[in-house]
Design a protein around this ligand. Sequence first.
Ligand code: ZN
Length: 425
Amino acid sequence: MHVSTFDILRCPYCGSRLDLVTSSFHEKHGDEIQTGILGCQCCVFPVVDGIPVMHLQPNATAARELVEQRKPIDARRAMFGLDEVPAIAERVDALMASPDATYRQIVEAFAEHLEGGYFLYRFGDPTFIVGDALVRAVAGTVLDDGGRAIDICGGSGHLTRTLMDPSVSSGPAPVLADLYFAKVWLARRFTAPDCEPVCCDGNSPMPFARGAFRYAMCSDAFMYIWTKRQFVLDMLRLIDDRSKDARPGAAMISHTHNQCTWTPSHGQPLTPDGYRNLFENEQPRVFGESGLFADVVRGGPLDLSRVDGEKTLEAEQALAIIASRHPGVFVPHPLQPPPSRPMGEFVVNPLYASTASDDAAARYRLRFPSEDYEQEYGACREYLPAEIEIARAELRELAAGRVPTPARDLLRRRVVVDIPLRYGV
Ligand SMILES: [Zn+2]
């Protein structure tokens, strides 16, 4: 963690500032704390592999004791939940020490100890493309003259990566907060390098100062939070813009399920009105995801001036809720054009299997990794053609990080995706 993070970090329980306990074991490189113990007025928290662990669950307590005993690798194993499975722990440690290891290899080494899901296909799936467009529209609007963003329950940082796109935010590095240490670790290494990682519990008060951020988001996770009311009021506290010089921010919950309809991996969702009530006086707007999805597939604009009626919202599988007093948020937002250079690298969407090819062109067919995937994400057929042919010359340009004019449409349709380096696709 960077020492400047102390300016925004607070104890989730007593609310006081934290400091490095210099009398305990610690490893610091310049302004980055790699290992150590942070103290507040009520307790102590470990920093493990550069990630402050701001909760008191049993793995965090074990890791804190191991840091105090000068055992940073064992502390990391405790945070990974691998201390009882030494064979897996050794394999994971070896991969982590290798500069060539990929995201995919590490996730696979964790086996059932890390829920990896369909991460390989993440950057092209329908939930992601709506989340990505929403982040670009809303965060891009409120952060256009500075300010900091936080991705709460951000998992391994797929949308944190969108926040790091210079066209979205030029302010300080966004914070990625999640309870699952391994996911935060993977984000820091692969998906969103240079984000500021914090391991914390979404069911506890958030370990940050009032007004520390101008944009706070939670995507594809809120239905799993039990303490929803506390979570939302705390999100609003983080973006509090009532101080003298503050500019209006935004809080966004995207892809949360709807109590009125059934969905796979349902969680404990609320009704559209139930979500609205969590924001008390803020009068958020609730959007059905299918309308936003149609906007993105059509090529924009993403119309946040729309008002979805109650009947429409009740029929939706997933909702987005946005609270903001910024006049530029609830308007139609043109979609950003495809990137001219990759943040990571351009690859053909891994949902495509290569079929017959020749010297001039490569041919691909869309195929799903499982029936479950197809059931949950089959809407990607609306932008991914069943079969596609791409000229070899275009593929060579894309592999070199350039976008020839015909390939712009491939990027727009997510036939080609911009993925992190060493992702393993
Ligand atoms: Zn405290």
